[in-house]
Design a binder for this molecule. Structure first.
Ligand code: TA6
Length: 300
C-alpha cells in the first residue's frame, strides 16, 4: 500500500503519518507529546524510539542499508517463528522469516494519555507455508507513550499444538559498552554461545568486555541497563517471555557485519525478550500467545 493510501486510512494528526523515500522502506512516523518513533512496515521493524528530551533509546546503525527482504541493523527485528538458526535446516533464514516480510497496518489509535498505538499483521503466503507449515495469525502492537511497548501475538489457527521460538531482538543505544552493566540477571543460568554453548550461572551484574552472546533461561521478567555515560537507566520488562538474550558482537564481528560502522559495537547492546532454545513456547489449537516487552527510561 502506498504512503498516500496508508495516510488516508490510518494517519492521525499530531500522532502518526506514513512516508517512503525513493526505494526505501515504508515508514510509520510516530511523533506525539511523549516522543518520536519510526517503524518500517517491511519486517514490522521498529527502527527508532526517542522519548521527549532524551537521547535515542533504540539504536539504529548509521551504516544500516535497506535491502528488501532483509532487516536493517538495529531497531527491534522480530525473530519468529524460530530464534537463531533453524533447528534442522541451516539453509533457512536465521531468526525466522517475519523480519524479512512486508507487514500490513490494521489499526492506529491516539490513546487518552497521549500515546500512539499502531497494530500490524503478517499474512502467511505460499513461501512462508513452505518454511513453516502451521496456520498462524501474527500481530504486532506498538505503543509509544512515556514508555515503549511491543506486543507480538501468535494465534494458532490450526487443529494441532504449535511450538515456536521467538524474540523481540532490541538494539539499545548506550553511551559506551564497556561502562554499562545490566542488573536483574544475577544467579540466572545462561547458555553461553561464545563458549560452545556452555551452561553457566551469572555472577553479579552483567558487564560486557568482549563478544557476548548469552541466552538466559527462565529469566526474571525485569532487568535494568545502567548507563552512566548517558546518565540513565533503561528498565526492560517482559511478559510471556521465558528467556532474556544479551548480545554484543564486539569489534571484530561487529566490523565483519559491514553495516555496524567502525565502532558501532561500542554504542549498542541487545537485550532481547524471547522464548529461545529450551524455553520454546507451545500454543494449543485455537489459542493465542503474546510475547511483550516494555521499556522505560529513568535518570541516574
Ligand atoms: O540474538 C543474538 C544473535 O542470535 C547473535 O547470535 C547474532 O547472530 C545476532 O543475533 C544477530 O543476528 P542477525 O541475523 O540479525 O545478524
Amino acid at each position: 500500500m502506498s504512503p498516500a493510501e496508508l495516510n488516508q486510512r490510518h494517519a492521525i494528526d499530531g500522532h502518526l503519518h506514513f512516508t517512503r523515500e525513493g526505494d526505501g522502506p515504508t515508514l510509520a512516523e510516530i511523533d506525539n507529546a511523549h516522543g518520536h518513533a519510526t517503524l518500517a512496515l517491511e519486517g514490522g521493524q521498529l527502527l527508532s524510539w526517542t522519548p521527549k528530551g532524551d537521547q535515542p533509546v533504540v539504536w539504529l546503525s548509521p551504516e544500516a542499508v535497506y535491502k528488501p527482504g532483509k532487516s536493517l541493523r538495529g531497531g527491534v527485528p522480530v525473530c519468529w517463528p524460530w530464534f537463531g538458526p533453524h533447528e534442522s535446516d541451516a539453509t533457512l533464514p536465521g531468526h525466522g522469516f517475519a523480519r524479512n516480510k512486508p507487514w500490513s497496518v490494521t489499526a492506529s489509535e491516539a490513546l487518552a494519555d497521549g500515546a500512539t498505538r499502531l497494530t500490524l499483521t503478517l499474512d502467511q503466503d505460499d513461501e512462508t507455508a513452505k518454511l513453516w507449515p502451521h496456520r498462524c495469525a501474527l500481530k504486532l502492537t506498538v505503543t509509544v507513550g512515556t514508555t515503549l511497548t511491543l506486543a507480538l501475538t501468535t494465534r494458532n489457527l490450526g487443529d494441532q499444538p504449535v511450538t515456536l521460538t521467538e524474540a523481540l531482538h532490541t538494539y539499545f543505544h548506550v553511551g559506551d559498552i564497556e561502562r554499562i552493566e545490566i542488573s536483574g540477571l544475577e544467579g540466572v543460568g545462561y547458555v553461553d554461545k561464545v563458549n560452545d554453548g556452555a551452561h553457566t550461572e551469572q555472577q553479579g551484574a552483567v558487564v560486557i568486555r568482549g563478544e557476548t552472546d548469552r541466552v538466559y533461561l527462565a529469566a526474571p521478567d525485569e532487568c535494568v541497563i545502567h548507563d552512566p555515560d548517558l546518565g540513565r537507566r533503561i528498565h526492560v520488562t517482559k511478559h510471556n517471555g521465558r528467556s532474556t538474550v544479551v548480545w554484543n558482537p564486539w569489534a571484530e564481528k561487529g566490523a565483519a557485519f559491514g553495516d555496524m560502522g567502525e565502532d558501532g559495537y561500542r554504542r549498542m547492546l541487545c537485550v532481547e525478550s524471547a522464548n529461545a532454545l529450551s524455553d520454546a513456547w507451545s500454543i494449543p489449537p485455537g489459542d493465542e500467545h503474546t510475547l511483550s516487552a516494555e521499556y522505560q527510561v529513568s535518570k541516574m
